[in-house]
Design a protein around this ligand. Sequence first.
Ligand SMILES: [Zn+2]
Length: 433
Amino acid sequence: MLKGGATTKDEPRGLTATEMSFSMLEQWVEEHRDDLLGFAAKLVATPSPNPPGDERAVVAVILAEMECLGLDGAQICAKQPHRPNVIFHLRGKRPGATLMLCGHSDTKPVGDTVKWRTDPMEPVFRDGRLYGLGSTDMKGAVAAMVYATAALKQCDIPLAGELLLVIDADEERSMSFGSEYLAAECGIKADVALLGEPSGIDGPEFEFLHLVSRGLCCFKIRVRGTQMHSSLSDRMPSTSANLKLAETLARMQTELQLTFDPHPLCAAPTVNLGVKIEGGLGYGVYPGVAEFQSDIRTLPGMTHERLRADLERCLQRIRHDDPSLEVELEFEEPPLDWFPPTEVNADHPLVDMLLDAAQHVVGRRPKLGAFPGGTDAKNFQMMAGIPTIPSFGPGWLPLAHGPNERVGIEAIIQAAKVYALASQRFLKTESQP
Ligand SMILES: [Zn+2]
């Protein structure tokens, strides 16, 4: 039984108004479960890989479904015509706060298909799962958000404020056509936002409610040597950039120490040195320059300046031990040089409402956590000033961007219920001024 909700005079069987709304919403979703699952399958069957990035076909499917569900009047905001973002306002009868539900319509490209047991573009329902590219990241959640909005509209639940449904483009690559464009140029506004990124990590679906979205810092370490005719490398002074690079990489792997304050929801930052290595020109040429790329997944509280100082301090120690070493640090171009971490306070009212709704629908209260990767939260929170919960959705993050991507069928239904219930409670008239 959910807490909250004022008791009204004419309630049957002692149910509060909120509980009556809850059972109506849950019943509506149950009655439409086949349509909801069919819609999720249609989204999977409509490719939207990014790169190259073109969301027109999948957005056409979304708009058609919304029209069938009575969600008329969706707007398209697009920096370029082939990168549409869908925006829909479900306005309440009284003024109040705005809650934004947001999912992205693009996917990563399929990549290597050898390990797929099904056709990645063909939605397959099997063993309680929906298989297909984008099923877990995050077409299942997009379908659930559309149906949650429809449930609130169709059940004619009295709301204050508004539910803002946003289905954005380009999350999987630059975000410049999606959340960045919406935040910087479309004036998108809300009091709080929820992203439906998959929230299972190494346990069940809805394992976590993620309040933190970790940041990302990308950089290169470049080493210089002596480019020369390789037949002379043992007769003349020569330094191989590739060998120096190998030594530098190995030393940094054991010696780099990052400065960060402990965070209650995060373990240490994740450091990936040498995600790509390049060096030399090939046979006959002694290597004159080599570099490796690296990324670090950062925590709230870390700053670019401190991270730069940590990297420079480590390089300085290596230079000190090897005066012949020519090594330099170069950060990537923005935004990859510093994609900031974000965080929503655990005492934000929406957090408890989502946890309560999950307890009611899923039968378990998810743990609070930190989403390991970057999300649209960066742009909505840092540019538009909207506190953004980065991930609470069906599916499992480890299955995203890989073979045999799948999402729990029941979790899609549960997500629609959780989104509808938490939205109803956040926007319910009695709690609004
Ligand atoms: Zn995603």
